[in-house]
Design a protein around this ligand. Structure first.
Ligand code: SAH
Length: 465
């Protein structure tokens, strides 16, 4: 098999990145946008010894799981959605299979146990327009027009599109206003390579429960010329609550700058998950799919099964979303998070909700908890610190073993694990199962329809020795 060869191949499997996998004479090919059940013509773009990558050229026979027409015409070129051409039911089956496969292979969880504890994936009724946050890069096309859209997969070239199918409808209106404003007032777009030009990104956030809208322009400078003209247009949009600029003059891939300047309204919007209120500033972390987040945290709360007398730790707590959810049913909640601003947000969110039984610590979970454990022992004559429930929601790399060990040492009755990467979840579950905990329930939740990502929530109970 050589580069530029054209082959016909039946797609039999799906890779972790959502790509179709098929074989030609025993040679494995990975083909983006091809889906299981398709027969496709593909052109080899990279040939290794035992496997290669090919570009989808033509669909000879479409799979029964292929949608007739993708909702977004840019779906294939854009790096945002990897599996939009797959019917939603098939997407859910793929994600469920991925979670189960990781738990079986990496986690060594017996199949019979999984059959018993694994619940069907929680999908969305409407798997589009679910994102409450979007960051649009601003650039210039070949003709010199200001454009915005999304990066093509693995690149930084902008595909013009103001109407992303995952975002809210009002994004388009806001972006059109900004593009016109920039053209009319000769305001330049940032050029990444030359590190010149003013407007880098537009951040838009929308409160699904409150209809409040935030617009933040990230600029390579201190000031946005003629800002009042832009504000004049934007503030007429119903729900507009916050218009700011973020100063980012660094030559970096990081989107937001640290400094936020108010142009109009206030610097934050408010939104709710369940009955807990959150103030969200341009720099705050906040779950992007509020509908599914409520279901995810609902399950976490259900799995924690609190009666009001418990001591609960929420590790990797971010802005305290899960902590505050749990605090309503627990005696005391301790949250731990590495980003100091997130902890400021968490404390503020506790305050505006009149929640007084949640306390937050800044630091690495794998340092804060073991230190707490040691100090407790020292100051309590050798007695060990105990928690009733420990919740973790780590980033993709999962928990460090030293943290898992401290969790086990604290002997909580329940560990509730929220995960955005089922592979690392699986290896952490393996550790916990080998340390006296048993998997009781596990539910995948589709937080990101049309992408390959999947969240999982599970609970493990301490097995009485
Ligand atoms: N549970 C929160 C956030 C989960 S995202 C929510 O739902 O809103 C994971 C969080 O872990 C991020 O906020 C990240 O900043 C934080 N984090 C990453 N590494 C960490 C570490 N070693 N210790 C504590 N927090 C960490």
């Amino acid at each position: 098999m050589q580069k530029n060869d054209l082959v016909t191949v039946a797609i039999e499997d799906i890779g972790v990145g959502g790509e179709g996998i098929g074989k030609v004479d025993g040679y494995t090919l990975f083909i983006k946008d091809a889906i299981i059940g398709d027969v496709v013509e593909a052109k080899i773009v990279k040939a290794k010894k035992n496997y290669g990558y090919a570009r989808l050229m033509n669909i000879v026979t479409p799979s029964e799981n292929r949608v007739e027409k993708p909702v977004c015409p840019m779906a294939r070129r854009c790096g945002g959605c990897q599996i939009q051409e797959m019917k939603y039911g098939a997407q859910l089956a793929f994600k469920e299979g991925k979670v189960r496969g990781n738990l079986e292979r990496i986690g060594e969880v017996p199949t019979e146990l999984l059959d018993k504890v694994m619940q069907p994936i929680v999908g969305m009724e409407e798997p589009f327009h679910y994102r409450n946050k979007a960051q649009f890069p601003i650039g210039t096309d070949k003709e010199g027009h200001i454009i915005t859209g999304f990066y093509a997969g693995r690149t930084h070239s902008i595909i013009p599109n103001t109407d992303c199918a995952l975002g809210v409808a009002v994004n388009q209106k806001i972006l059109e206003i900004i593009l016109h404003f920039m053209e009319n007032n000769h305001i330049s777009a940032y050029d990444e390579e030359k590190h010149k030009g003013l407007v880098r990104h537009v951040l838009i956030r929308y409160g699904f429960k409150t209809d409040e809208i935030m617009v933040c322009l990230v600029i390579n400078g201190e000031k946005l010329p003629h800002a009042e003209k832009l504000v004049d247009k934007l503030c007429k949009i119903s729900g507009m609550t916050s218009i700011t600029i973020s100063v980012n003059k660094a030559k970096t891939n990081v989107i937001m700058g640290n400094e936020i300047k108010l142009l109009w309204g206030q610097t934050y919007i408010t939104d709710y998950i369940g009955n807990v209120k959150y103030q969200i500033s341009p720099l705050s972390f906040y779950q992007v799919n509020p509908v599914q987040t409520e279901k995810l945290y609902g399950l976490a709360l259900d799995y924690a099964d609190l009666n009001g007398n418990e001591t609960v730790w929420d590790l990797y707590c971010g802005i305290g979303t899960i902590s505050l959810f749990l605090a309503q049913n627990a005696k005391q909640v301790y949250g731990v998070e590495i980003v100091p601003q997130a902890i400021d947000d968490a404390r503020n969110n506790a305050k505006i909700n009149d929640i007084t039984n949640a306390e937050f610590y800044v630091g690495k979970a794998e340092e804060v908890l073991p230190e707490y454990y040691r100090e407790y022992q020292e100051s309590h004559g050798g007695e060990t610190a105990h928690a009733d429930v420990i919740v973790v929601d780590p980033p993709r790399k999962g928990c460090e073993e030293s943290l898992l060990q401290t969790i086990v040492d604290m002997q909580p009755e329940k560990v509730v694990y929220v995960s955005c990467d089922s592979a690392t979840l699986a290896s952490d579950v393996k550790f916990l199962r080998e340390s006296g905990y048993e998997l009781k329930k596990i539910t995948p939740v589709d937080q990101f329809p049309n992408t390959v990502h999947v969240e999982v929530v599970c609970c493990l109970h301490r097995v009485n020795s």
